[in-house]
Design a protein around this ligand. Sequence first.
Ligand SMILES: [Fe+2]
Ligand SMILES: [Fe+2]
Length: 290
Amino acid sequence: MVPSRVWVTSDIHIDYQENFNQLMDFARRGHQLDVLIIAGDATDRLDKLEYLFDQLVPCFYRVMFVPGNHEMWIRRSDFADSVEKFNAIQALCHHHGVQTEPLRLGQYQHVWLVPLQSWYDDKQFADHTLYMEKTSALDRTDDMWGDFFHTRWPASIEVPLAQWFAQHNEAFLNWNYDAPVISFSHFLPRQELIFGSDFSRSVLAKMFDPHPEFNFTRVAGSLRIHDQIRRLGSQVHVYGHQHRNRVRELDGVTYVSHCMGYPRERQMGFVKADAREPRCLWREDTGFCV
Ligand SMILES: [Fe+2]
Ligand SMILES: [Fe+2]
């Protein structure tokens, strides 16, 4: 028996031709029974996203995708706002056979793959934010974070953006999941995941912070994702966005971040070299690989 496998990647940023080529080299290596999960940040260009889907979909049993923050940028486009673009991306996925709803995989052994739409809660949303104060520097995040310039949200959204995205998942949360669940989101679901589990490295990272005036925790994620992971009963949750590669177990959930990141991040060692290729999470013959 040839087993089905589940592969995951995120932050593929295919505007870098090197990233696109790496992913396609992997895709063409015999994955007809496999699922590829892309947890957001492929490109802000819809034409490039369409080309990516066009090339990837024939290589896999299924490709699954959730947008990241870069997909919501409306620079270099005619979209009136980011909601219009979000809807266009969902339509693009549908047109190309990219899966945006939960999928049950396997013939002999099964697993559920569940996409979660998400956004971050900034510091004003105290009940849900992953925000932590940075005491050592002035906060210039408002001037430094691209989303604040390249996205536009219509006034008709009267709830926090993270809630607006989370509402799209409600319909899936009460499905009858009769096998282990792997869920995935672009953004981080818990504050603990922002820092690695290696305490000494975390201290060093804080001491030698290259951007002391930028506070990533304002735009990292939301506890709304954590709440939905709990309601799903996920065994594994995959997230992206931070451009780090980590596996960590918290309260019975294994959290996996496997971002391809930018070429220069791999050169500098912020992103592991093996993240050039997707990571296998599950095989039909042997089960979970993490
Ligand atoms: Fe990214
Ligand atoms: Fe991101």
